[in-house]
Design a protein around this ligand. Structure first.
Ligand SMILES: Cc1ncc(COP(=O)(O)O)c(C=O)c1O
Length: 485
C-alpha cells in the first residue's frame, strides 16, 4: 500500500499572507487603505512579529501591499505582473474530427449586437478616423471613376492593391511581385482557398492549440481532420511536436498564426521560424501562415514572415501567406489576400469559380490609402492604443477575477486569453454574461477536441469606456457566484 500523500507544507508566513489577501478580496481591507500594523497583525493572528513581517514582505513582493516610510503598509490593487501565465498546452496527440457546434455561429451573431459590450469579438474599434478616410476615398473614387469602380475586377484582384500588398510585405522580409498576390474577401477566404488547394477530404491538418476558430470551421467545411499541436502562450507551437508529426507523415498541411496569435498573442521567435520553414521544406508539407495580426505587434519592427526564410522563388515556395485588413482597418471592407506560392494557379482558379472576384471599390480605396501612407500612420497609432488597453484589461482581470486565474502576456493584437479556475464552465459563464449585456468568447470554441472549457478570450480592442471598465468587475462577480454555488 502506498503511504498517504503528505500535503505540501506552506510556510506559516504564506498562510498569514493568504488570510490578508482574503481580507483584501472581500473588501474588509479596501484598495488604498492602510493594513494593520505588523504588531497588530501579530497580535490578531497570534503569530510572532517576525512572521508578520515576513507575511507583509511576501505580499509586497507579490504586489498586494506597498510600504510607505514611517506610515506602514498600504493595500494595492492586484496587477497583471502578479498573475501567472498559462502553461504550454497539452492537447491529445491524435488526429480528430472537428465538429463545429452551433455555439460558434451563435457567437458570431451575438458579438455585434447593439447594447452588448462585445468582449467576445475579435475586432478593434479604435480605427474610426482611418475608416472615415477609406470611406471618403471610396466615395471620391466612385465619383471620379464610376465605370471602373462598378466593373468586375480580375479574379486575382485589382493590380493597384496587389502592388501595394507586395510592397508592404518587404517589411516582412519577403520579395514578392503583384503577380504573387491574390485578393480575397477577408483572410478567412484566403485560408479556405489555400487549404483547399493543398488537401483532399479526409486529410489531417496540424494546427496550434488553442487556435482561431475560423480555422477549425474551415477544416470542418473541407471535410478535413485536425491534429492539435502543444502551443506555448509566448512562443507558439512546439517544434519538437511538429517534427514528430511531420516525421510520421501524419498531416498534409500546417496552418499557423505565428505573429500575435489569436487567441494567445504569442509570437514565434525568429529561430523557430527559420527552423520551421526548413522542416516543412524537408517534409514537403505546405505551411499556411496566417499573418492577419502581424502588423499589430507591439515591438517597433514587425516580425519577419515565415515565408521570408524560404529562399526559393515565390512560384515554388510551399509557404502560403494569408492576411488582410479586418483587424487593422475594418472587417466590413472584407479585404484579405494570400500569396499562395506554388499553388497560385489553383488558388486563383478556385477564387474565380467561387465568387469571381472581391468587390472593386474597397480594393481601389485601400490601395490608395496604403500608397499615401495612411495605413502605416494608422498602424502606429492603433498599436500603441491596443497595447495600453491590453495592459489595462489585464490589470482589471488581475484585480477582479479569482486568484487562481492565469492570463497571457500578448505581444501584439488586442486579445487576452484567460484561464479560469479548473472546473469553471465558461459556456455557462457566457450564458450568464450575455444576460448582463456582456459577450465573451468561451475557450471551448478554440479547440477541435473540446478543450479549454475553463478559458475565455477577451477583446481589449473596443472603444474604451466606463462600461467596458465595469464589465470586468461584473464578470468577476458572476465567476464568484459560480464558484460559490
Ligand atoms: C487569426 C485570424 N485569421 C483570420 C481571421 C478572419 O479574418 P477576416 O475577417 O478577414 O476573414 C480572423 C478573424 O477573427 C482571425 O482572428
Amino acid at each position: 500500500m502506498n503511504p498517504p500523500e503528505s500535503k505540501p507544507q506552506v510556510p506559516l508566513y504564506e498562510e498569514v499572507a493568504n488570510k490578508v489577501v482574503e481580507m483584501i478580496d472581500s473588501g474588509t481591507l479596501p484598495i488604498g487603505s492602510r493594513a494593520p500594523s505588523v504588531r497588530a497583525l501579530a497580535k490578531q493572528m497570534k503569530i510572532s512579529v517576525s512572521t508578520a513581517v515576513a507575511a507583509y514582505r511576501f505580499l509586497e513582493d507579490h504586489g498586494r501591499l506597498q510600504p510607505r516610510p514611517q506610515s506602514g503598509f498600504y493595500v494595492r490593487a492586484a496587477s497583471r505582473e502578479n498573475v501567472e501565465e498559462p502553461e504550454m498546452s497539452r492537447p491529445p496527440e491524435t488526429v480528430s474530427d472537428v465538429t463545429v457546434g452551433d455555439l460558434r455561429l451563435l457567437l458570431l451573431t451575438e458579438f455585434g449586437q447593439p447594447g452588448t459590450i462585445g468582449l467576445g469579438a475579435s475586432s478593434g474599434a479604435v480605427s474610426d478616423w482611418s475608416i472615415k478616410t477609406v470611406h471618403a476615398l471610396m466615395s471620391s473614387i466612385s465619383r471620379t471613376q464610376p465605370l471602373l469602380s462598378a466593373s468586375y475586377p480580375p479574379p486575382a484582384g485589382m493590380s493597384t492593391l496587389r502592388r501595394q500588398v507586395a510592397r508592404w510585405y518587404m517589411r516582412a522580409g519577403c520579395k514578392l511581385t503583384p503577380d504573387d498576390v491574390v485578393i480575397t474577401s477577408g483572410a478567412l477566404e484566403a485560408i479556405h482557398l489555400c487549404l483547399r488547394a493543398v488537401t483532399q477530404p479526409g486529410d489531417a491538418v496540424a494546427i496550434e492549440s488553442p487556435t482561431y476558430w475560423g480555422i477549425l470551421q474551415t477544416i470542418e467545411m473541407l471535410g478535413l481532420k485536425a491534429l492539435e499541436i502543444p502551443t506555448h502562450p509566448r512562443t507558439g507551437p512546439s517544434l519538437d511536436a511538429l517534427e514528430v508529426v511531420l516525421g510520421q507523415n501524419l498531416v498534409k498541411s500546417i496552418v499557423l498564426i505565428p505573429s500575435a496569435h489569436n487567441p494567445l498573442g504569442s509570437i514565434m521567435p525568429e529561430d523557430s521560424r527559420r527552423q520551421l520553414v526548413a522542416m516543412v521544406k524537408k517534409a514537403n508539407v505546405p505551411l499556411i501562415e496566417d499573418e492577419i495580426y502581424a502588423d499589430l505587434t507591439f515591438e517597433t519592427t514587425r516580425p519577419r514572415a515565415c515565408r521570408s526564410y524560404d529562399s526559393s522563388p515565390s512560384a515554388s515556395s510551399n509557404v502560403m501567406i494569408c492576411g488582410g485588413v479586418s483587424k487593422t482597418v475594418a472587417p466590413s471592407l472584407r479585404i484579405g489576400w494570400c500569396m499562395p506560392g506554388r499553388w497560385i494557379k489553383e488558388v486563383t482558379g478556385a477564387k474565380a469559380w467561387l465568387n469571381i472576384a472581391s468587390p472593386t471599390l474597397p480594393q481601389l480605396a485601400l490601395a490608395q490609402f496604403m500608397d499615401e501612407g495612411g495605413y502605416d500612420r494608422h498602424l502606429r497609432k492603433v498599436t500603441s492604443i491596443y497595447r495600453r488597453q491590453v495592459e489595462r484589461m489585464s490589470d482589471l482581470v488581475a484585480e477582479h477575477f479569482p486568484r487562481e486565474t492565469r492570463i497571457t502576456r500578448p505581444q501584439g493584437g488586442f486579445l487576452l486569453w484567460v484561464e479560469l479556475p479548473e472546473g469553471l464552465d465558461s459556456v455557462k459563464l457566457h450564458d450568464r454574461a450575455i444576460k448582463n449585456g456582456i459577450s465573451i468568447c468561451p475557450g471551448v470554441v478554440f479547440s477541435a477536441t473540446g478543450k479549454y472549457r475553463n478559458c475565455i478570450r477577451i477583446n481589449c480592442g473596443l472603444l474604451w469606456s466606463a462600461a467596458v471598465e465595469q464589465a470586468i468587475p461584473t464578470l468577476g462577480k458572476l465567476i464568484a457566484e459560480m464558484t460559490d454555488s
